[in-house]
Write a protein that binds this ligand. Structure first.
Ligand code: BES
Ligand code: MG
Ligand code: ZN
Length: 518
């Protein structure tokens, strides 16, 4: 049976245009089928769906597989033709060992990662053949299969005349509809973050970012359970957010403080999870100008805001039973005549003064004020995400998001969530050692760069943020290293990665389950 994929982001700029066209082709019977196969010493094993299909074609699937080459290794694919009238091609993909599970060394579920990778390979194969519809083997884990399909097929080509065929992915078979749907929502959430991060800075200003999130959230909300406040400069001034304002004034583009509320809990008074995201829609470095080579990547410097907002849109689409508040200070970091100058001193919302020795360390200035504001809510936890330091990339590369937290409870939840999603986190230190390096400033209470500027750059940035935190459960996620993908994550194409949106969603899911138990 065919179970059409419901696109909950109905106003999606990413997918909706293709719907009528693919539906037409789908009706004419042109579609692909992706089936998984496990490695085994003696004989490869088909999945349940594979076995059923093989029976349907009287054993021809197995026969053709044996005739056409050696057993399929993990992540490898083979396209077969003429097997069944409903499918113009059947792509068989290697899932690795059936016994794979959580790997202690890798800190992720290998089986889930294998499914995501294999399914993405198969779906892209169908896309290359310009077939607009693909049915996907749930591989006994429909959520991971859906994630592999929807993440693997995504490509940002909004601004090109020549576009890849938009492929609609559907679950093959009758079972696991709910898990499939969940996987689609998780992946669409990450794709929304990828879309926002990839969009050029001249096409996604702070105002446009806020309006797009408002639109997406209103499309998925139920009974007005989501509210959006797009706060203008005057509000930011009233809030005494001097650190944020000092960055924003270096650009002609007006800043925005985006505040979103999702109230999914049965009780509106349940303490919310507060998510905060750095939203620098372009980071030139300001007067401490960055080198021009690679500067274009700084259109993705709103990755923190993109991932936390996308996670909240996804939580709303999933109707998670908890309350979440999202805060995103949005602005550009540019070097105009009013821009911050090295040595300038500004005052943050909590009254602390900051000496700005490097205008390129702007993210912590925005976040200082946003964290102060986050403390005005009676939160269960505050989690912020930011493409904060190049040093984070030096430390862990794109393997994992660095997590700096004062709460082992919070760490455990984030860590466990990331093992399931495969979008990993790794704990980093918040030692007093680093705090000393930002609190010894010649002119002010704090300095925006560490005393020994290059050493432990990700840790001194985290120590700076800690100066604005008094709650017992806070985590800072430095996502600079996972901002973009070359080919490290096989089921993501080259480009902005939208990481760790799925881990944030899984974390929120776990938190909502914990609150229901209480
Ligand atoms: N947005 C950058 C950090 C970044 C670098 C993100 C590479 C993604 C990829 C941040 O604003 C920045 O410029 N940080 C400086 C801090 C330094 C001046 C203390 C850095 O990392 O060089
Ligand atoms: Mg910077
Ligand atoms: Zn930045």
């Amino acid at each position: 049976m065919l179970l059409p994929l419901r696109n909950v982001f109905t106003k999606s700029l990413i997918c909706h245009r293709a719907f009528s066209a693919s539906q037409q082709n789908f009706n004419s019977g042109k579609k692909g089928l992706v089936l998984g196969i496990y490695e085994k010493e003696d004989a490869p094993t088909l999945t349940k769906a594979g076995v059923a299909f093989d029976n349907l074609v009287s054993g021809k699937l197995k026969e053709m597989l044996t005739l056409s080459g050696p057993p399929l290794k993990k992540g490898k694919s083979r396209s077969l033709y003429g097997l069944h009238q409903d499918y113009s091609t059947v792509v068989v993909v290697g899932l690795g060992k059936e016994t794979a599970g959580v790997s202690d060394l890798e800190q992720w579920n290998e089986n889930k990662e294998n499914i995501r990778t294999a399914i993405s390979v198969g779906c892209r194969q169908v896309q290359d053949l310009e077939i607009p519809c693909v049915e996907v083997d749930p591989c006994e884990d429909a959520q991971s299969a859906a994630e592999g399909a929807v993440l693997g097929l995504f490509e940002y080509n909004e601004l090109k005349k020549k576009k890849k065929t938009v492929v609609q992915a559907q679950l093959h078979g009758r079972s696991d509809n709910e898990a499939w749907h969940k996987g689609v929502l998780y992946a669409e959430g990450q794709n929304l973050a990828r879309y926002l991060m990839e969009t050029p800075a001249n096409r996604l200003t702070p105002t446009m970012f806020a309006e797009l999130i408002e639109e997406r959230l209103s499309a998925v909300q139920v009974n007005s359970n989501a509210k959006v406040h797009i706060r203008p400069r005057s509000w930011i001034e009233e809030q005494d957010m001097g650190a944020f304002l000092s960055v924003a004034k270096g650009s002609d583009e007006p800043p925005v403080f985006l505040e979103i509320h999702y109230s999914g809990s049965a009780s509106a008074t349940d303490n919310p999870l507060v998510l905060v995201g750095k939203g620098v829609t372009f980071d030139s470095g300001g007067i401490s100008l960055k080198p021009s080579s690679g500067m274009d990547a700084m259109r993705g410097d709103m990755g923190g805001a993109a991932t936390i907002c996308s996670a909240i849109v996804t939580a709303a689409a999933l109707k998670l039973p908890l309350n979440i508040i999202g805060l995103a200070p949005l602005c550009e970091n540019m070097p105009n005549g009013r821009a911050n100058k090295p040595g300038d001193v500004v005052r943050a919302k909590n009254g602390k003064t900051i000496q700005i020795d490097n205008t390129d360390a702007e993210g912590r200035l925005l976040l200082a004020d946003a964290l102060c504001y986050a403390h005005t809510f009676n939160s269960r936890a505050i989690v912020n995400a930011a493409t904060l330091t190049g040093a984070m990339d030096v430390a862990l590369g794109s393997a994992a998001t660095g997590v700096f937290t004062n709460s082992t409870w919070l760490w455990n939840h984030l860590h466990e969530a990331s093992i399931v999603t495969g979008d990993r986190v790794w704990r980093m230190p918040l030692f007093e050692h680093y705090s000393k390096q930002v609190t010894e400033s010649q002119l002010a209470d704090l300095n925006n760069v560490g005393k020994y500027s290059r050493s432990g750059g990700a840790c001194t940035a985290a120590a700076f943020l800690k100066e604005f935190v008094t709650v017992p459960h806070w985590a800072h996620l430095d996502i600079a290293g996972v901002m973009s993908n070359k080919d490290e994550v096989p089921y993501l194409r080259k480009g902005m990665a939208g990481r760790p949106t799925r881990s944030l969603v899984e974390f929120a899911t776990r938190l909502s389950e914990e609150s229901q138990k209480l």
